[in-house]
Ligand binder design. Sequence first.
Ligand SMILES: [Zn+2]
Length: 157
Amino acid sequence: MTSSMPARQMAEELVANLGCRPGSSLEDIQERVALFHQKEIALHPVDDVELRNITGLWVETELTSHVFFRNDDPKLYQTHSIFHEFGHIIADHSTCGVLSFIDNTLLGTAPLGGQIQRARARGFNQDEDETLAEEIAYALSRLVIAGSAVGIRAVFE
Ligand SMILES: [Zn+2]
Protein backbone atom coordinates (compact mmCIF):
# COMPACT_ATOMS: atom_id res chain seq x y z
CA MET A 1 0.00 0.00 0.00
CA THR A 2 1.42 3.37 -0.97
CA SER A 3 0.41 6.81 0.18
CA SER A 4 -0.35 7.75 -3.43
CA MET A 5 -3.24 5.30 -3.43
CA PRO A 6 -6.54 7.18 -3.10
CA ALA A 7 -7.86 7.15 0.48
CA ARG A 8 -11.12 5.51 -0.56
CA GLN A 9 -9.33 2.60 -2.27
CA MET A 10 -7.00 2.16 0.73
CA ALA A 11 -10.03 2.15 3.03
CA GLU A 12 -11.80 -0.49 0.91
CA GLU A 13 -8.72 -2.75 1.05
CA LEU A 14 -8.27 -2.38 4.81
CA VAL A 15 -11.96 -3.11 5.40
CA ALA A 16 -11.89 -6.09 3.00
CA ASN A 17 -9.00 -7.53 5.06
CA LEU A 18 -11.31 -7.67 8.08
CA GLY A 19 -13.42 -10.29 6.32
CA CYS A 20 -16.74 -8.92 7.58
CA ARG A 21 -19.82 -10.21 5.76
CA PRO A 22 -22.31 -7.74 4.24
CA GLY A 23 -24.93 -6.88 6.81
CA SER A 24 -22.53 -7.04 9.74
CA SER A 25 -23.66 -5.26 12.89
CA LEU A 26 -21.55 -2.82 14.88
CA GLU A 27 -20.83 -5.68 17.31
CA ASP A 28 -19.74 -8.00 14.45
CA ILE A 29 -17.39 -5.33 13.13
CA GLN A 30 -16.06 -4.57 16.61
CA GLU A 31 -15.20 -8.26 16.99
CA ARG A 32 -13.37 -8.39 13.63
CA VAL A 33 -11.46 -5.19 14.38
CA ALA A 34 -10.42 -6.61 17.78
CA LEU A 35 -9.18 -9.82 16.13
CA PHE A 36 -7.23 -7.81 13.55
CA HIS A 37 -5.88 -5.52 16.27
CA GLN A 38 -5.14 -8.50 18.57
CA LYS A 39 -6.49 -6.50 21.47
CA GLU A 40 -9.82 -6.19 23.22
CA ILE A 41 -11.87 -3.14 22.21
CA ALA A 42 -14.07 -1.45 24.81
CA LEU A 43 -16.71 1.11 23.79
CA HIS A 44 -17.51 3.92 26.24
CA PRO A 45 -20.34 6.43 25.91
CA VAL A 46 -19.29 9.61 27.71
CA ASP A 47 -20.98 12.86 28.66
CA ASP A 48 -20.72 15.62 26.10
CA VAL A 49 -18.62 17.89 28.26
CA GLU A 50 -15.78 15.39 28.28
CA LEU A 51 -15.53 15.43 24.50
CA ARG A 52 -16.29 19.10 23.94
CA ASN A 53 -14.65 19.62 20.58
CA ILE A 54 -14.20 16.09 19.35
CA THR A 55 -16.76 13.42 18.58
CA GLY A 56 -14.72 10.31 19.19
CA LEU A 57 -11.52 9.23 20.86
CA TRP A 58 -9.34 6.14 20.69
CA VAL A 59 -7.03 5.42 23.62
CA GLU A 60 -4.84 2.32 23.42
CA THR A 61 -3.36 0.70 26.49
CA GLU A 62 -1.35 -2.49 26.88
CA LEU A 63 -4.34 -4.83 27.02
CA THR A 64 -7.26 -2.85 25.67
CA SER A 65 -8.17 -0.24 23.09
CA HIS A 66 -10.81 2.13 24.41
CA VAL A 67 -13.14 3.97 22.04
CA PHE A 68 -15.05 6.89 23.54
CA PHE A 69 -18.06 8.48 21.89
CA ARG A 70 -20.58 11.10 22.93
CA ASN A 71 -23.63 9.89 24.80
CA ASP A 72 -25.68 12.85 23.50
CA ASP A 73 -25.06 12.24 19.79
CA PRO A 74 -27.70 10.52 17.65
CA LYS A 75 -27.14 6.75 17.34
CA LEU A 76 -26.19 7.00 13.65
CA TYR A 77 -23.56 9.63 14.38
CA GLN A 78 -22.22 7.63 17.32
CA THR A 79 -21.76 4.66 15.00
CA HIS A 80 -19.93 6.80 12.47
CA SER A 81 -17.64 8.18 15.18
CA ILE A 82 -16.91 4.67 16.46
CA PHE A 83 -16.21 3.44 12.90
CA HIS A 84 -13.85 6.40 12.42
CA GLU A 85 -11.85 5.31 15.47
CA PHE A 86 -11.88 1.70 14.20
CA GLY A 87 -10.37 3.26 11.06
CA HIS A 88 -7.38 4.56 13.00
CA ILE A 89 -6.97 1.15 14.61
CA ILE A 90 -6.99 -0.90 11.39
CA ALA A 91 -4.86 1.68 9.56
CA ASP A 92 -2.41 1.38 12.47
CA HIS A 93 -2.14 5.14 12.89
CA SER A 94 0.19 6.63 15.45
CA THR A 95 -0.70 9.14 18.17
CA CYS A 96 -1.87 12.63 17.30
CA GLY A 97 -1.57 15.50 19.73
CA VAL A 98 -4.31 14.57 22.12
CA LEU A 99 -2.43 13.23 25.10
CA SER A 100 -2.32 16.57 26.88
CA PHE A 101 -6.02 17.00 26.06
CA ILE A 102 -6.78 13.64 27.70
CA ASP A 103 -4.83 14.59 30.80
CA ASN A 104 -7.05 17.63 31.21
CA THR A 105 -10.34 15.75 31.10
CA LEU A 106 -12.07 13.21 33.28
CA LEU A 107 -10.93 10.62 30.75
CA GLY A 108 -7.43 11.03 32.15
CA THR A 109 -8.57 9.48 35.40
CA ALA A 110 -10.78 6.79 33.83
CA PRO A 111 -9.80 3.22 34.68
CA LEU A 112 -8.11 2.34 31.38
CA GLY A 113 -6.14 -0.66 32.62
CA GLY A 114 -2.61 0.55 32.05
CA GLN A 115 -0.37 3.16 30.50
CA ILE A 116 -1.62 4.82 27.33
CA GLN A 117 0.31 3.63 24.28
CA ARG A 118 -1.51 5.55 21.53
CA ALA A 119 -4.44 7.91 21.22
CA ARG A 120 -6.36 9.58 18.40
CA ALA A 121 -9.29 11.96 18.48
CA ARG A 122 -11.85 12.70 15.81
CA GLY A 123 -12.28 16.36 14.94
CA PHE A 124 -8.94 17.41 16.38
CA ASN A 125 -7.06 18.04 13.15
CA GLN A 126 -7.38 17.40 9.44
CA ASP A 127 -4.67 15.44 7.69
CA GLU A 128 -4.15 12.32 5.58
CA ASP A 129 -4.77 10.02 8.55
CA GLU A 130 -8.07 11.73 9.34
CA THR A 131 -9.18 11.47 5.72
CA LEU A 132 -8.37 7.76 5.66
CA ALA A 133 -10.15 7.13 8.98
CA GLU A 134 -13.25 8.89 7.57
CA GLU A 135 -13.11 6.77 4.41
CA ILE A 136 -12.84 3.61 6.52
CA ALA A 137 -15.88 4.75 8.53
CA TYR A 138 -17.85 5.13 5.28
CA ALA A 139 -16.62 1.74 4.01
CA LEU A 140 -17.72 0.08 7.28
CA SER A 141 -21.13 1.78 6.98
CA ARG A 142 -21.47 0.45 3.44
CA LEU A 143 -20.91 -3.05 4.86
CA VAL A 144 -23.72 -2.58 7.35
CA ILE A 145 -26.04 -1.11 4.71
CA ALA A 146 -25.22 -3.81 2.14
CA GLY A 147 -26.92 -6.32 4.38
CA SER A 148 -30.11 -4.30 4.71
CA ALA A 149 -30.34 -3.79 0.90
CA VAL A 150 -30.34 -7.58 0.52
CA GLY A 151 -32.97 -7.84 3.22
CA ILE A 152 -35.18 -5.23 1.53
CA ARG A 153 -34.97 -7.01 -1.84
CA ALA A 154 -35.86 -10.30 -0.20
CA VAL A 155 -39.06 -8.70 1.10
CA PHE A 156 -40.08 -6.83 -2.04
CA GLU A 157 -39.04 -9.09 -4.92
ZN1 LIG B 1 -9.50 10.72 13.68
